[in-house]
Design a binder for this molecule. Structure first.
Ligand code: ATP
Length: 235
């Protein structure tokens, strides 16, 4: 479904992605793990067109989408749920969700998407008229994921959905990602919490200083000594 080929991205002189290759097949949850600054967010930004690749290609469902604008990429079925801090604080929950649906032409079906998001996150339904800036960190994270779902993506990219959440909420968010995937959405998940990410993913990629250093089935990665030592905090 998604194929990233020899992708290079720079910030000025900083060579952030150094020839990334990765693939996500329909129906999968694939996780990108790696330490701070490894290039995980840059990878998502380049896939969604928010950042321009210096070279390399991004293919989605057989089409080269490397140089098309972000709004077109959303229309093609890819959506990015940013870190929870990036919701619009002055807008209500409902208005934030509405923004997630802005590219859709089938306005009559948008109500179904609100219903789906509110079903997944009853807490957002209770707070739909509340401004997003007054939500707790966990609720903002739910809103960021909900907003990503409003465009009815075939591929949902999640950037650190567990960041700053209490352990019980982390478990809840990961359960929800599994439900979203079981309902037919393919997921590319960027996470610092490698142990949780590998527990729900089918496959994973390890990123180090802008390069893929390892890729395998999630179970195999989580049993790998190097991965355990570097990312899972045990040996
Ligand atoms: P984290 O888990 O800390 O979010 P990450 O794996 O997502 O890290 P990126 O944010 O993709 O890492 O950063 C990759 C590299 O690019 C880092 O060296 C970072 O300093 C650099 N970088 C990221 N954004 C910018 C920017 N706007 N300007 C300059 N350099 C940047």
């Amino acid at each position: 479904m998604l194929a990233v080929k020899n992708l290079n991205t720079h910030y000025g002189n900083i060579h952030a992605l150094k020839g990334i290759d990765l693939e996500v097949k329909q129906g999968e949850i694939v996780t990108l793990i790696g330490s701070n600054g490894a290039g995980k967010s840059t990878t998502l930004g380049t896939i969604t067109g928010l950042l321009r690749a210096t070279s390399g290609e991004v293919w989605f469902k057989g089409e080269n989408i490397t140089s098309i604008p972000p709004s077109q990429i959303v229309k093609k079925g890819i959506s990015l749920s940013p870190e929870g801090r990036e919701v619009f604080p002055a807008l209500t929950v409902e208005e934030n969700l509405q923004l997630g649906a802005y590219v859709r032409k089938d306005k009559e079906n948008i109500r179904t998407s609100y219903d789906r998001v509110y079903e997944l996150f009853p807490r957002l339904f209770e707070r739909k008229k509340q401004t997003a800036g007054t939500l707790s960190g966990g609720e903002q994270q739910m809103l960021a994921i909900g907003r990503g779902l409003m465009s009815m993506p075939q591929l949902l990219l999640l950037d650190e959905p567990s960041l700053g959440l209490a352990p019980n909420l982390v478990v809840m968010i990961f359960d929800l990602i599994v439900s979203i995937n079981q309902q037919g959405t393919t997921v590319l998940l960027v996470e610092q919490n490698a142990s949780m990410a590998l527990s729900i993913a089918h496959r994973g990629y390890v990123l180090e200083t802008g390069k893929v250093t390892m890729t395998d089935d999630a179970k195999i990665l989580s049993d790998n000594d190097m991965v355990r030592k570097a990312y899972l905090g045990n040996i």
